[in-house]
Write a protein that binds this ligand. Structure first.
Ligand code: GLC
Length: 487
């Protein structure tokens, strides 16, 4: 199908009349000028991105420095992870993965010759638990863990090391101790902020009989992703960055110990992974010049207003909603669907981010776009409506990818390594058809040209990663593990 400019005048060309050809590529020619005009604030120039990079770099340096960290919005937490896997990790490990609507328990075995075996199970964390009492959340986790251990006949006479991926901003003071700074994404449980999350987990586990394990590490999903990528590439590549673009957005990177002023661990080792928590970038107003009215609305109606401003422009929890708010606003101005809107389209959260991926995956005939719009209760959009909706999706996802690229370029320039592999995980990166391409292109434009990098999908970073961090932590002590006291 070639979409001709003269079609712009036609209100509703029938889809069946169109000449469909293979390899349809989206053509913005029929997108109406007023929609293009309204979407302009979503398009970021390299100049704007370069300014953002400077601010982000300052924010990261502020987070790393002892004196300025308390007032920094980008916290740059030290993770106490100083060693990447080297292939000698052996044994069975339990892992917990909490960070979204699903909670996972995993049993992982690492053996000779890169042997890897994993059993895992997904449990729901219902919304009432996500926003209820902290004790109930941890009791739920312990209950799921107990069910899993029973079902998988885990030997209770042996103490298993456990890695806990807890994907929220955690002020760590050791590999097994960390205080929650604030909840992000859809969580807001009472009584957890400023508490040691490992202690809360241990207390919940203690209440259950028959669980014989030792929490040997708590980590973030970005750290897990970096570790999992380092393990997968068999330690031969410089996996120095872990990136998550999923429900939330965050990155970690390998920093020299002397630059991490708050690090009080083993300074005989040269590096430590820093969990930037860059989702909070902009909470001091640094993103004001590129914030749209839709971003403001999303923020105001969120569980954590004023917080995670960078994340709210990027991640899967918010992207679909940005598109929906844009559609509703433009339809109310009669620029879409002749002003007709459905109840679904007017419902907060009804336009999932996966719809953006579906729409942008359209190969021909706006089949997917039509399907999505039908699902959203818009039954007879015109061809131009479809092109306009797709254009809105493209602008929102492009902005997201470009913002992440600016952040990545800051990290690459900062580390200044000749060649870096970036481990990436998260539903947006996984399922959006062009996210990878958009990020690679833009990061190349923004990073120092002498730095080579590649991005690789890190299989199951938050699950494998937890086991790997636990495994590295006990690497040299494994023979002793059988004798250690349980939590
Ligand atoms: C949020 C969390 C962060 C996590 C990210 C991706 O930004 O604060 O810890 O890494 O989501 O899940």
């Amino acid at each position: 199908m070639r979409t001709k400019p003269e079609m712009m005048g036609q209100l509703r060309p029938a889809f069946s009349e169109l000449n469909i050809s293979e390899g349809f590529e989206f053509d913005t020619e029929i997108v109406t000028n007023e929609i293009k005009e309204d979407c302009k604030p979503l398009l970021l120039s390299n100049e704007q991105l370069t300014t953002l990079m400077k601010d982000m770099n300052d924010a990261i340096n502020k987070g790393l420095s002892k004196d300025t960290n308390p007032s920094s919005v980008v916290k740059c937490y030290v993770t106490y992870v100083q060693d990447l896997p080297n292939g000698t990790e052996r044994g069975k490990f339990l892992a917990l993965d909490l960070g979204g609507t699903n909670f996972r328990v995993l049993l992982i075995e690492l053996g000779e010759n890169n042997y890897f075996h994993m059993d895992s199970e997904i449990f729901k964390v219902p919304e009432y638990i996500q926003t209820g009492k902290g004790t109930e959340l941890f009791d739920h986790i312990a209950k799921c863990l107990a069910e899993f251990v029973k079902k998988h006949n885990v030997d209770s006479t042996v103490t298993l090391p456990l890695g806990f991926t807890f994907s929220f901003p955690l002020r760590q003071v050791g590999l097994t101790k960390g205080y929650l700074n604030s909840w992000t994404k859809g969580f807001n449980c009472s009584g957890v902020v400023d508490e040691d999350v490992v202690r809360l987990l241990k207390e919940a586990i203690r209440k259950r009989k028959g669980l014989n394990l030792q929490v040997t590490a708590i980590l973030n999903d970005a750290t897990g992703t970096l570790m999992s990528c380092a393990h997968k590439t068999r330690y031969s590549k410089n996996c120095f960055v872990g990136l998550i673009v999923g429900t939330g957005c965050n990155a970690c990177y390998v920093e020299k110990v002397e630059n991490a002023e708050l690090f009080d661990g083993d300074s005989s080792k040269p590096y430590v992974i820093i969990n930037t928590e860059w989702g909070a970038f902009g909470d001091d107003g640094k993103l004001a010049s590129i914030t749209t009215k839709y971003d403001r609305e999303i923020d105001e109606l969120s569980l954590n207003a004023g917080c995670q401003r960078f994340e709210k422009m990027i991640s899967g929890m918010y992207m679909g909603e940005i598109v929906r708010l844009t559609i509703v606003d433009l339809a109310n101005q009669k620029k879409l669907f002749e002003g007709r809107l459905s109840d679904q389209m007017k419902t907060k959260g009804a336009f999932g981010t996966s719809f953006i991926s579906d729409i942008e995956s359209d190969k021909a005939n706006y089949k997917e776009t039509l399907k999505v719009l039908n699902e959203m209760g818009i039954s007879d959009p015109s061809l131009v409506d479809c092109a306009n909706v797709r254009y809105i999706c493209e602008c929102v996802s492009r902005r997201s990818a470009h913002l992440v690229s600016a952040g990545l370029a800051v990290l690459l320039n900062k580390m200044n390594e000749k060649s870096v592999t970036i481990g990436v995980d998260g539903s947006v990166y996984r399922f959006h058809p062009y996210f990878h391409k958009l990020m690679v292109e833009k990061t190349k434009q923004l990073a120092n040209p002498d730095i080579k990098f590649d991005m690789m999908l890190s299989e199951d970073g938050s699950g494998r990663g937890a086991a790997l961090v636990a495994a590295v932590a006990v690497r040299d002590e494994l023979p002793k593990m059988n004798g250690v006291a349980a939590v």
